[in-house]
Design a protein around this ligand. Structure first.
Ligand code: ZN
Ligand code: ZN
Length: 223
């Protein structure tokens, strides 16, 4: 049973146990999809948090999120190891859900804390962060969440099944210099004699611009 199967008006109810069973393993199609995910798709969840109020001009500065939970109450936000117990938890933490590809980032707000996303309070204490969300924690300068990450050349992590470059159609060897498109997550070769990622102005899979270290397509305006 999916959300869309429900009658109108049912959507606000908490899921009953039958729904939970269906979404966590009762559905064979769903389990098959999860099992088929290659490990490189489970690589570190990345995103960017734009932080205001740090420099002399107070303009937004990018802070790369690399899979670690972030305490949003400090400036700059600080990575925390693991998730602290409820009593010690910071008022607002941003962490990757570690499910799905790309993995969504989730904002967890402690009861009673004043945290607003796009001007609205986070009432349920949890919210999936969306591209361009403005996050305000208490009276601090705003943060902006972005799903973008700058494209960089990395050693291809490899996996159990061959992964083919969408530009040249050849397999990408484990450890080979490669670029993961920040927009669609598809890997391309980026060797000196086979610079598939930068070969054209657009990603071979999704067409997004392929400038290396070319910065961000979206930069929040200073508040
Ligand atoms: Zn290639
Ligand atoms: Zn792409």
């Amino acid at each position: 049973m999916t959300r869309s199967d429900r009658e109108p008006g049912e959507g606000n109810k908490a899921p009953v146990s039958g729904d939970l069973a269906a979404s966590t393993g009762g559905d064979s199609a769903h389990t098959r999809v999860v099992r088929n995910q290659a490990p490189h798709h489970q690589s570190v969840a990345k995103a960017t948090l734009w932080v205001c109020g740090l420099g002399p001009d107070d303009g937004p500065a990018p802070c790369l999120l690399d899979g670690k939970p972030m305490d949003l109450t400090t400036r700059p936000p600080r990575a925390i190891e693991g998730f602290p117990g409820a009593g010690a938890a910071p008022a607002a933490v941003l962490l990757p859900a570690r499910q799905g590809n790309p993995s969504p980032w989730v904002l967890i707000v402690k009861p009673g804390a004043s945290v607003h996303v796009n001007g609205l309070p986070v009432l349920a204490g949890i919210r999936v962060a969306s591209h361009r969300d403005e996050i305000r924690v208490e009276h601090q300068a705003p943060l902006y969440f972005s799903t973008e990450t700058p494209a960089t050349v990395e050693a291809f992590p490899g996996g159990p099944r061959p992964v083919h470059c969408p530009r040249c159609k050849l397999a990408i060897g484990a450890g080979a210099p490669a670029v993961r498109c920040p927009n669609c997550g598809v890997w391309h070769h980026q060797l000196e004699d086979r610079p598939c990622y930068t070969y054209a102005g657009g990603c071979a899979a999704c067409g997004a611009p392929t400038a290396l270290d070319g910065g961000y397509q979206w930069v929040p305006e200073a508040p």
